[in-house]
Ligand binder design. Structure first.
Ligand code: ATR
Length: 473
């Protein structure tokens, strides 16, 4: 049995890994640190060794010997094959009851597979989503650990001590078994995509439909950040729009190529939504909008396409800005409602028993989507843990019903002036479809029965029916 003195070990000392290791050390924990190549370990100790109690280790054996038992090792290496390699090497050298935590952006199905394999070997495997970027990793991220409840008893206090805190509550909680932590982190990232797309559409309306200078638009976001839209993303939008390019003296955003990249978590969210049959349209539109922005050759050729007669910009600028604010808020409620629906559906599919309100609680601080808004979601689920949709929570229902006239006007003005608003408009359509008395799905069923004898159900009788369409009735 090893009797090392470190409370936790971190292996993989790129930016996220070293910042998390420093976070542990700064909170008074003894941290064993290891990296495949020794240079990163030495660099960490040279530059930040004075911040706390680090135990540098050159080999996996030294690393594991430095740890108290049951050993707790946080793996912060590249997702995919590297993570598998590191986990297997650790497992080969660990003892029953030890805990491996994967803090990378792993696909939740990989986490399910790894957890089963480690359980087979008597080890605990915790797939933990960690959000907040480099700064969050250092000063307090939002942490979403999945895995055996028993391992959380050994691990929870340690993770909670380095997480962000809001109103004295840690932004870290046990999400559920196996892949649940990485699943909710994935949906969190998808929601982040939708949030950013909605902000982009609001910006584009002010720039293109209203013709406002960039700096003024930045000022609008700064003001919005002291209202209902208060959030990290709105706050940094104001900063990004206020940044002047030192080379040209123009707003920096005008000098940035308008093709958005993606690393994959948004795409994963949408693939999972399709498999689960959940209409996560806000996230999907955001992912597709990035894809369209990156289709540069196509866009180059398509610039010659005519847009038809577009109407002039709205006359009352201040009034229209207020309407955009309401449209943004309502669309955001839809995007979050859909994201939470996906979490509930995933939880049901995999038997995770996730409490949606817990997520709203731990997303209030540390992570990229942190916002006052999450407090309202937390309250909504506290009031009704089985809420059928966030749109039906009294607070959000009232807010969206108040906003809906402005929302329609913004979407129709965007359409008439030729400003693309895929997320605003699909969110509004989702809202209208959800509240519709009758959907054209009845016709779809008729068509399916016509060409494929797929049968349909009737509104006035039980049973499945098939019609010889066009024949004698
Ligand atoms: P970032 O994007 O911040 O650089 P990353 O690519 O997710 O981070 O992870 C890089 C880390 O994974 C590094 O610590 C790297 O180790 P090296 O410094 O030795 O390159 C580690 N890593 C990548 N592949 C690995 C593997 N097969 N085995 C062990 N560690 C690996």
């Amino acid at each position: 049995d090893s009797t090392g003195r470190a409370h936790i070990g971190v292996t993989g000392l790129a930016v996220m890994g070293s910042n998390i290791a420093r976070n542990f050390a700064r909170r008074g924990h003894t941290v064993a640190v290891h990296n495949r190549s020794r240079a990163k370990t030495d660099a960490l100790i040279d530059t930040y060794g004075h911040e706390g109690d680090f135990v540098p280790a050159g080999t996996i054996e030294e690393f594991l010997d430095a740890l108290q038992t049951p050993r707790r090792v946080l793996v912060m290496v590249q997702a995919g094959a590297a993570t598998d390699a590191v986990i297997n090497e650790l497992a080969d050298n660990m003892d029953a009851g030890d805990i491996i935590i994967d803090g990378g952006n792993s696909l939740y199905t990989d986490t399910i597979r790894r957890e089963a394999a480690m359980r087979e070997r008597g080890l605990h495997f915790v797939g933990a989503g960690i959000s907040g970027g480099e700064e969050g990793a250092l000063n307090g991220p939002s942490i979403m650990p999945g895995g055996p409840a028993e391992s959380y008893r050994h691990l929870g206090p340690l993770l909670e001590s380095i997480s962000a805190h809001v109103d004295g509550e840690p932004c870290c909680t046990h999400v559920g078994p196996d892949g649940s932590g990485h699943f909710v982190k994935m949906v969190h990232n998808g929601i982040e995509y939708a949030d950013m797309q909605l902000i982009g559409e609001a910006f584009d309306l002010m720039r293109t439909a209203l013709g406002m200078p960039i700096a003024e638009i930045g000022e609008v976001f700064r003001q919005w950040n002291s209202g209902d839209l208060e959030s990290y993303l709105v706050e940094i939008t104001a900063e990004v729009l206020g940044q002047v390019d030192t080379r040209t003296g123009r707003p920096l955003v005008e000098m940035i190529v308008d093709s958005a990249g993606q690393k994959g978590t948004g795409r994963w969210t949408v693939k999972s939504a399709l498999d689960l049959g959940v209409p996560t349209t806000g996230i999907a539109e955001a992912v597709f909008a990035r894809a369209l922005s990156s289709a540069t050759d196509q866009r180059e050729r398509a610039r010659e396409l005519q847009g038809g007669a577009t109407t002039a910009a709205p006359v009352d600028t201040a009034e229209f800005i207020a309407a955009i604010n309401e449209a943004l808020y309502a669309s955001k409620v839809v995007a979050y409602a859909q994201g939470f629906d996906q979490i509930v559906a995933g939880s049901r599919e995999y038997g995770w028993d996730i409490a949606p309100g817990d997520l709203a609680t731990i997303w209030r601080g540390g992570c990229i989507i942190r916002a006052t808004f999450l407090d309202r979601i937390k309250e909504a689920y506290a009031e009704d843990p089985d809420l059928p949709s966030l749109l039906l929570a009294p607070y959000f229902r009232a807010a969206v019903e108040d906003a809906v006239d402005s929302w329609r006007r913004v979407v129709s003005t965007a359409t008439l002036t030729g400003v693309p608003v895929p997320a605003f408009s699909s969110s509004l359509s989702y809202y209208d479809a959800l509240r519709a008395e009758r959907l054209p799905a009845a016709l779809t069923q008729g068509l399916r029965d016509y060409f494929g004898a797929h049968t349909y159900r009737r509104v006035d009788m039980e049973g499945d029916f098939h019609t010889l369409w066009g024949g004698d009735r």
